[in-house]
Write a new protein. Structure first.
Length: 425
């Protein structure tokens, strides 16, 4: 069993940038070589800016290469909650932004010929309790009435047409969601940015970020120093001490995944006959899908802990048990990959993007980063180039996490609360 991401292990990097010299000066320095950073670099080069992408490890090493490879519709807080919190007009605008974000991936894939198995296979949201399915019926009506968006609800009696399991109590299908090989996608974006003239610097951790008295910013990295007129922080769940204001507002939560051995065609046809991107309605969610080579990817918030080799192994054991609870006929199936990564939650579970002390940022994807990180990289590039309306999230208040100044000591409390809610809801 490999303790590495399946996506990273089965993608060929577009280049080796571990020794690329750090430039002395650029228009924009992008900190983070994931989906936000690489898509921003592509867009900035199209807009004519000189760009350096500074990645602590290698392209796609963080959340962008450790997720489920799902580009799904809908907000992290749910459409109904968004309507109650922000009003119908604002909630509809937010919801449609996620659809636009999936479209942005499709356009990038087509425009730049990125071979990443992008497919509009649809999203399957599964009801963990009967009451959750009743809530789905209300959401279906609200989406149709307020947003003109049609989804299909599937009662438990008909669920086998979508899922080979009796574990759930119904589902919603949204056909606009997509799946992709996210490792190939992020490397494809980096290769595109490189081809357009961006400078990609791997193994280049930013250790200090300061204002230059003469204008712009000075960034010290482990491989050299550079000056940038503008800076975009694109570090998501790996946001650290170089940007303490952001660090206080980002909750890094471990999300863990296992991937099985390749399965027979009859087995994958039974698990997910329509190849949807699936997740359930628990607070400690399970999410799963079929990979391009017929493996089952199964993930979830197995433990509210940071990712490490030991933590990933223990989380993998929990997920194997969960997988066979949902799909009993997979008992004894070999697991080839187990890994973890950090999801960047915000207190309100919204995306937050804007500028603070002259430094731009986009973080807080709250488990919906494949599409929204890609989209916001493009949008922040335009925002930084003078398009004030490009950032839809700019007016959202960004509250800090009380008592959060370093390591997230409060994660076990959050996990315990989520387990209680799942038990009683």
């Amino acid at each position: 069993m490999k303790l590495t991401s399946y996506w990273q292990d089965t993608a060929v990097p577009g280049g080796d940038h571990r020794r690329t010299p750090i430039p002395e000066r650029v228009d924009v320095a992008v900190v983070g070589g994931g989906l936000t950073g690489t898509s921003a670099a592509v867009e900035l080069r199209k807009l004519g800016a000189s760009v350096a992408v500074l990645e602590q490890h290698t392209i796609g090493w963080g959340a962008s290469g450790r997720n489920g490879g799902m580009a799904t519709t809908g907000l992290a807080i749910g459409f109904g909650a968004a309507v109650k919190r922000y009003g119908a007009d604002r909630a509809v605008s937010m919801f449609r932004t996620y659809n636009d974000a999936i479209d942005s991936i499709e356009k990038l894939v087509a425009e730049h010929g990125i071979d990443c198995h992008f497919e509009r296979s649809g999203k399957l949201t599964l009801a963990y309790r009967p009451a959750h399915f009743q809530a789905m019926l209300k959401t279906r009506k609200a989406l149709a009435d307020l947003a003109g968006h049609e989804v299909v609800t599937v009662p438990k009696a008909e669920l086998h047409r979508e899922l080979g399991s009796d574990f759930y109590h119904g589902a919603t299908v949204d056909p606009l969601a997509a799946g992709l090989h996210v490792g190939k996608f992020v490397h494809g974006l980096a290769k595109t940015a490189d081809g357009l003239g961006a400078t990609i610097c791997e193994n280049a951790e930013v250790t200090a970020l300061d204002r230059d008295p003469g204008g712009g910013h000075v960034l010290q990295t482990t491989r050299g120093r550079l000056h940038a007129d503008q800076v975009l922080i694109a570090t998501s769940g790996y946001t650290g001490k170089v940007t303490p204001w952001l660090r206080r507002r980002v909750i890094p939560v471990g999300s863990f995944i296992i991937v099985t051995e390749p399965l027979g065609q009859d087995v994958v046809d039974r698990i997910l006959p329509n190849r949807r991107q699936a997740s359930d309605s628990k607070n400690l969610i399970y999410y799963f899908r079929i990979t391009p080579d017929n493996r089952l990817l199964f993930g979830g918030r197995a433990r509210f802990a940071m990712s490490s080799p030991d933590s990933d192994v223990r989380s993998g054991q929990i997920l194997v048990k969960a997988m066979t609870e949902v799909f009993p006929y997979l008992a004894g199936t070999r697991v080839d990959y187990t890994w973890g990564g950090l999801v960047d939650l915000s207190m309100d579970q919204l995306v937050h993007a804007g500028e603070r002390d002259g430094v731009h940022y986009s973080v807080g994807y709250s488990g919906h980063g494949v599409q929204m990180a890609t989209y916001m990289g493009q949008k922040m590039a335009r925002f930084m180039s003078g398009d004030a309306e490009a950032n839809i999230w700019g007016d959202a208040r960004f509250p800090p996490v009380p008592g959060h100044f370093g390591r997230p000591w409060f994660l076990p409390l959050i996990g315990g609360g989520a387990r209680v809610l799942d038990a009683i809801s």
